[in-house]
Write a protein that binds this ligand. Structure first.
Ligand code: CP
Ligand code: NVA
Length: 309
């Protein structure tokens, strides 16, 4: 663990496959301790500053509760209500907060803004979602698949829908850990080509696979896990009408999951729009593990915090 002290967690591929697997083992251990009622408090006296420029239920609560359970404090700050909202530079904010808190978690729009924060801060910066990535989510998702399937290598993981922040982090993490990744997106909503290229490279090294298509059935055929996310992410609300049309054939419904393995898992990072990207039958059905995913945010983030801070 010691080797990660002081590092940032802006992207899931800040870590290599072996290190990611170690973090998943630590997450599972931290979870086990909590279930046994055994305290794990390596962060006594430490404070995590949490900056939010976008809404959140899971990220906010799991980080705040996680810090408390680790013996420290999570401190919520709304970006709008900080002086940042009145134009104070992110570089000054980074330097000031570095004198008060021991790490910062930030949820915002532009990924480069978070990189700038990290550049000027002298403490670990954790990405709680940007327009480009959602690495804490990916860690929790991989933990969930591992728990339910007993392995990760060779697991067929289909992502159907928008080539967004959640997709980017999930695919990079899965490729690093040797999963067989298939992504189906409509034309115009593909994943960033540089991220696909990176994931393809990681898959070659890990023994995994990486495939992109526009055909949801091709992606889901025989899949062990089927993942989707909202069609309209935070910050893209004005595109909602256009997106509803573009994604109409990409709904994860009973017909689509019939092509998956019969013991497939359904995953969604939440919040979900039932009747849009997924039907009620699938998301509330017996194969859905959405609440395990949500719970695992807490355990995976406690592992990350314990490792970095
Ligand atoms: N999945 C996720 O990040 O949820 P919140 O937006 O509620 O934090
Ligand atoms: N892709 C979604 C994820 C929310 C947790 C968004 O960015 O709004």
């Amino acid at each position: 663990l010691q080797k990660h002290k002081g590092k940032d967690f802006l992207r899931v591929d800040e870590f290599n496959g072996e290190e990611l697997m170690e973090l998943l083992h630590l997450s599972a251990h931290v979870k086990q301790l909590q279930k046994l009622g055994q305290p794990f408090q390596p962060l006594q006296g430490k404070t995590l500053g949490m900056i939010f420029d976008k809404a959140s239920t899971r990220t906010r609560v799991s980080f705040e509760v996680g810090m408390h359970q680790l013996g420290g404090l999570g401190m919520f700050m709304s970006g709008k209500e900080l002086q940042l909202g009145r134009g104070e530079p992110i570089s000054d904010t980074a330097k000031v907060l570095s004198r008060y808190v021991d790490a910062i978690m930030i949820r915002t729009f532009s990924h480069s803004y978070v990189e700038e924060l990290a550049l000027h801060a002298s403490i670990p910066i954790i990405n709680g979602l940007t327009d480009l990535y959602h690495p804490c989510q990916a860690l929790a998702d991989l933990l969930t698949i591992w728990e339910h399937k007993g392995k990760l290598k060779g697991i067929k993981l289909a992502y159907v829908g928008d080539g967004n922040n959640v997709a980017n982090s999930l695919v990079l993490g899965a490729a690093l850990l040797g999963l067989d990744v298939r992504v189906a997106t409509p034309v115009g909503y593909e994943m960033d080509t540089t991220i696909v290229a990176k994931a393809t490279g990681y898959a070659k090294q890990s023994g995994g696979k990486m495939m992109v298509t526009t055909d949801p059935i091709e992606a889901v055929m025989g899949a062990d896990a089927v993942y989707t996310d909202v069609w309209t992410s935070m910050g893209f609300e004005e595109e909602n009408e256009v997106r509803l049309k573009a994604f109409a054939d990409y709904q994860v419904n009973e017909k689509l999951v019939a092509a998956a393995d019969r013991d497939y898992l359904f995953l969604h990072c939440l919040p979900a729009h039932r009747g849009e990207e997924v039907t009620t039958g699938v998301i509330d059905g017996s194969r859905s593990v959405i609440f395990d995913q949500a719970e695992n945010r807490l355990h995976a983030q406690k592992a990350i915090l314990a490792a970095l801070v």
